[in-house]
Design a protein around this ligand. Sequence first.
Ligand code: C2E
Ligand code: MG
Ligand code: MG
Ligand code: MG
Length: 281
Amino acid sequence: QADMAMSMAKRQGRNHIFFYQTETAHQQRLDVNLRNQFQQAIEQQSLQLFYQPIVELQSGQVVAVEALMRWQLADGSFVSPARFIPMAETTGQIIPASQWAFKQACKDLRILQQHQSNLRMSVNLSVLQFGRANFFEQITSTIEAYELANSDIELELTESILMDDSSHAIALIQRFREAGLSVSIDDFGTGFSSLSYLNKLPVNKLKIDRAFISEIITKQSDEAIVRGVLAMAKRLNMTVVAEGIEHSEQAVHLAGMDCDYGQGYYFAKPMSLAEMIKFLT
Ligand code: C2E
Ligand code: MG
Ligand code: MG
Ligand code: MG
């Protein structure tokens, strides 16, 4: 019996390795294909931006929208940003894609401000952009070119930006803050060493990851963590956005906890510019 189990394990092992190799080769072909298609999407400017409202919890007012990139294939299906953003970061394609996205977001904000004049725009930044020379000038000159104010724009960073070369990142964040832009840490709580860098960073906002929000009503430990983050943020003069609010009870509860802003399907899903205009009016 032991022999039989052993030979089965071996066979499974061998099968597994065989399966893994073909899967990898297959995956590599898919990846190359995906890169080429993404390159075409950049060149043909067929990428899109969707917008999701960020709401002040006390008043229910929309204060900002977050720009979220969308990539639709020829067959009409969408590729998830969770798939193409990491890919574009490895290939460097995130740089031209983000340059296009920032201009488009500024252009669209001008249009949206005709419907709500104090509306702000939040954009996600990639670690690659942060390391580029002239990044600060690129951002601020685009804002100026679209006749927007620096204070209309909010930059969302993830912890990966801060792990690479934190002294460069800190200096750059400082420059953006001094120029009047808002800078937030996105997906707060999901990375490592959150607390050790927090007091070194001149950011003014935290976006608590939806992992802590989804069960905030039923899971006491998540509720406690959010409460702790809110208290800490207040002491550090930062405001807080709760991500991934899907139910009214979560919105009410977070408002009761004095959380400043919320974002999530309960308020609205990410939508096209045309839909966003309708949403505001
Ligand atoms: P993120 O910046 O944390 O954006 C929020 C994500 O949560 C979005 O996913 C949004 O659609 C989703 N979301 C919002 N509310 C809810 C909710 O109530 N429930 C659930 N389950 N999900 C919700 P999306 O659009 O798929 O984007 C995923 C990530 O891709 C973003 O996470 C961001 O890190 C990245 N990303 C998207 N667009 C860009 C971009 O233009 N540049 C860069 N560098 N990254 C981007
Ligand atoms: Mg974000
Ligand atoms: Mg986020
Ligand atoms: Mg997130």
